[in-house]
Write a protein that binds this ligand. Structure first.
Ligand SMILES: Cc1cc2nc3c(=O)[nH]c(=O)nc-3n(C[C@H](O)[C@H](O)[C@H](O)COP(=O)(O)OP(=O)(O)OC[C@H]3O[C@@H](n4cnc5c(N)ncnc54)[C@H](O)[C@@H]3O)c2cc1C
Length: 431
């Protein structure tokens, strides 16, 4: 609240630039450029870098990214249906660098928000005037008893694309006809709300062609899920009897323990076994956010939704999946949308302007088959409650799923849109 008052006061007094971009103002006189550092070069980070650089080429923009190439999670379910390979989802930073953006391949261990420096595993100390934090998610290991990083090498999560996706695909390919693939679906909030259910459909698509006596069973923690009616109707239509959903209410809250060697899953009352066990564990903001004191008790990063500045540290803006649970889904499109809002806000702050009121956009397609897609989309805006607490809400009735009575033509068109959606999104960051 103090921050809001101060900001408004300075704006009225015409001093917004001096306060908001003080380090910038201090160095600009000696011709040093303002430094924007972006931690995490995934969808959100790469797009934020591009927009900051485009909006103000004088700003020195640096991405710190742990992995030399980025493999998108979105469309990694398509790999399981043999529609794409991982290479086609993997993007280098060559074009990013050609835009004049510095790319440091190193793991950010901690952000010193007082000294305004990023400390890396490789021993670097990278100073910033404004930081954009885009580390995505990490897993709450052992929240499901027995499921830790080592267990994930046997029972893959495949919720970060790359070797985990390959492992899950290999296990499904090796499974005998008549086998069972189990998906353990996580509690809210988590990355890509419809993702586990699209995964079920696309695994079923593979099984139907190669191992038609097999089944997919989803053990959910939740009692309901994203686009539920559309998914369940689509599953029954395209894969009758092949996909079973076991809601949290049926098992007293889902899987509580796994036994890796036995490939078994345990609720408070029942024991289940499957031939392939895909555990998507409970999640939190990327570890560096937690270790830098940028998360609250929920494990996610609280922000002021007007400019995405952390409410826990000045000059740090958070984007993408790491943001605290809100009306904004943890999707790639929201990662892109928050990236643009943060980029504009950072450039405005550094140039002494007060950012305008943003809007956030989401569109997310989920395939039922390679030729049938359903979708959800929405527009969101920041609002303050009576105490001045910021949140986001859907604008009017903009938040909606595709029609339940959509015909084949409609759903096929949406499947085409999904492919061009991917090209468009990845081009913004890596093209
Ligand atoms: C199976 C699956 C399917 C999905 N399908 C869709 C879909 O159809 N549509 C959709 O909109 N969304 C989808 N998503 C969600 C989408 O992938 C995420 O919402 C999006 O990637 C979030 O972007 P981000 O920038 O926040 O995180 P990420 O894209 O994950 O990027 C984070 C980056 O930060 C790096 N990083 C993390 N920590 C550090 C550190 N300490 N130091 C340096 N670098 C670090 C990581 O290596 C990574 O490159 C899907 C997700 C999954 C798992």
């Amino acid at each position: 609240m103090a921050q809001i008052n101060r900001r408004r006061f300075l704006q009225l007094a015409g001093l917004g630039g001096l306060a908001a971009g003080f380090p910038y103002a201090a160095t600009w006189g000696s011709q040093t450029k303002a430094r924007v550092v972006i931690v995490g070069g995934g969808t959100g980070g790469a797009i934020a870098a591009r927009y900051v650089k485009t909006l103000d080429p004088a700003i020195d923009v640096t991405i710190i990214e742990a992995i030399p190439q980025h493999t998108t999670c979105y469309m990694s379910n398509w790999v399981l249906a043999e529609m794409r390979d991982l290479d086609s989802l993997t993007h280098s930073y060559d074009n990013v660098k050609k835009r004049g953006i510095n790319v440091i391949i190193d793991r950010a261990e901690r952000i010193d928000t007082e000294a305004q420096k990023v400390l890396t595993a490789g021993g670097q100390s990278v100073p910033y005037d404004r930081l954009i934090l885009a580390p995505g998610i990490d897993f709450r290991w052992n929240a499901i008893e027995g499921y830790d990083a080592a267990a994930a090498e046997v029972l893959p999560h495949a919720w970060k694309a790359g070797p985990q996706t390959v492992l899950l695909q290999e296990q499904i390919t090796a499974m005998a006809d008549g086998g069972v693939v189990a998906i353990v679906a996580p509690p809210n909030p988590y990355r890509c709300p419809p993702g586990p259910y699209e995964r079920a459909a696309l695994i079923a698509h593979y099984l139907q062609r190669h191992k038609p006596k097999s089944k997919v069973v989803i053990y959910d923690t939740k009692d309901a899920f994203s686009k539920q009616g559309l998914f369940q109707a689509g599953w029954e239509r395209h894969y009758p009897g092949m996909i079973e959903w076991v809601g949290g209410y049926q098992t007293g809250g889902g899987i509580k323990r796994v036994d890796v060697a036995g490939r078994s899953m345990h609720t408070d009352f029942d024991d289940f076994r499957a031939d392939v066990v895909n555990v998507i564990p409970p999640q939190m903001a990327g570890r560096v956010a937690v270790d830098s004191g940028l998360t609250d008790d929920s494990g996610w990063c609280p922000v002021d939704f007007r400019d995405l500045e952390s409410t826990l540290a000045k000059n740090v803006h958070i984007i993408g999946d790491a943001i605290v649970s809100s009306a904004l889904p943890k999707s790639a499109y929201i990662a892109a949308s928050t990236a643009k809002v943060a980029a504009v806000a950072v450039v405005d702050h550094l140039n002494g302007r007060e950012p305008g009121k943003p809007a956030y956009f989401n569109t997310c397609y989920s395939l039922l088959t390679p030729e049938h897609s359903i979708s959800v989309s929405g527009v969101y805006e920041p609002v303050a409650d009576a105490d001045g607490q910021q949140s986001v809400v859907g604008v009017g009735n903009s938040v909606a799923v595709s029609p339940a009575d959509a015909d084949d033509r409609f759903q096929t068109r949406e499947a085409r849109y999904a492919a061009s959606w991917y090209d468009n999104l990845t081009d913004q960051g890596f093209g």
